[in-house]
Design a protein around this ligand. Structure first.
Ligand SMILES: [Fe+2]
Length: 291
């Protein structure tokens, strides 16, 4: 059975903070509206880890975000993985499951990386077909996430925003909009964040990710999820929420994971941005009603 979908600011459930989350007293985690997990970290395991997840799920909604579906790949989708994932999503997760607009395997080898795909119509068609197959196999809606990339594989036929739009329309699926990946790509490739966003079908967004990158040299940002969220990403979040209304917003922190108290402070900062955007949205709706 699927639980009601969460809304507001959530936190990635990393093993580094699992003990603190389990030990947290009543009310300590009130700022966290949901936890996001990667099923790959919990499936095919027994003992403490799945037990701990069950305990967390008693108190918080769980959202699932996969790492290894390789939607952009050319190998057939892994039927065994999908069957196991379907069973897992029957216990944990929201009404959608997400994975990345990337590929992570070739010729049966799993590369444990999220590699960029060529922005071509043929690739968009192939990914859309795989998304639909995954939805059939999982029995629920899929959302695809825009990834960070440092180079284009091959000659792009479309730019990224048009490519994403093409996949979404052909697959009729949801979008997991990663605003940090947008911010990092815009900084590294020198394109306009706002123009990119203006061409994204925001009505398809089911979840937002925010995170912080780290500089590498003078002019490259590395998408490490190892630093606080940048001011520029707060600005993007504010712009999107003002237009979409309330959505689940996830703080991703995967490297240099600080103590839970530090992450909770950052969750509250993101929540302040989120609430201010909703207040602006409500105020402009009232002005519209009055007009
Ligand atoms: Fe993300």
């Amino acid at each position: 059975m699927t639980n009601p979908d969460p809304c507001g600011v959530g936190l990635g459930l990393r093993w580094e903070i699992l003990d603190e989350v389990l030990a947290a007293g009543r009310g300590e985690l009130d700022a966290v509206r949901f936890f996001e997990i990667s099923p790959e970290n919990y499936m095919r395991r027994g003992g403490f880890i799945p037990d701990a997840l069950s305990q967390v799920a008693e108190r918080h909604p769980i959202v699932t975000h996969g790492l290894t579906m390789s939607l952009g790949g050319t190998d057939p989708l892994d039927a065994g993985y999908l069957a196991e994932l379907r069973r897992f999503l029957g216990r944990f997760g929201a009404s959608w499951h997400s994975d990345h607009l990337s590929f992570s395997g070739l010729g049966g080898a799993l590369l444990h990386d999220l590699l960029p795909v060529p922005f071509t119509r043929q690739t968009a068609r192939r990914i859309a077909d795989r998304v639909r197959r995954a939805e059939d196999a999982l029995g629920r809606r899929m959302a695809v996430e825009n990834v960070s990339y440092y180079l284009h594989p091959g000659q792009p036929e479309l730019d990224e925003a048009d490519f994403i739009g093409e996949v979404l329309e052909r697959a009729d699926c949801g979008l997991l909009l990663d605003l940090n990946n947008l911010d990092v790509n815009a900084a590294n490739h020198g394109f306009d964040r706002w123009e990119w966003l203006s061409r994204i079908p925001l009505e398809r967004v089911v979840e937002i990710h925010v995170a912080g990158p780290e500089p590498w040299g003078d002019d490259l940002l590395l998408d490490t999820h190892g630093a606080p969220v940048r001011r520029s990403v707060h600005e993007l979040l504010s712009w999107v929420i003002e237009r979409t209304g309330p959505l689940p917003v996830l703080l991703e922190r995967d490297n240099d994971v600080p103590p839970l108290a530090t992450l909770l402070r950052e969750v509250r900062e993101i929540d302040a941005t989120f609430r201010a955007a909703l207040a602006r949205r409500a105020a402009s709706a009232r002005r519209g009603d009055a007009a």
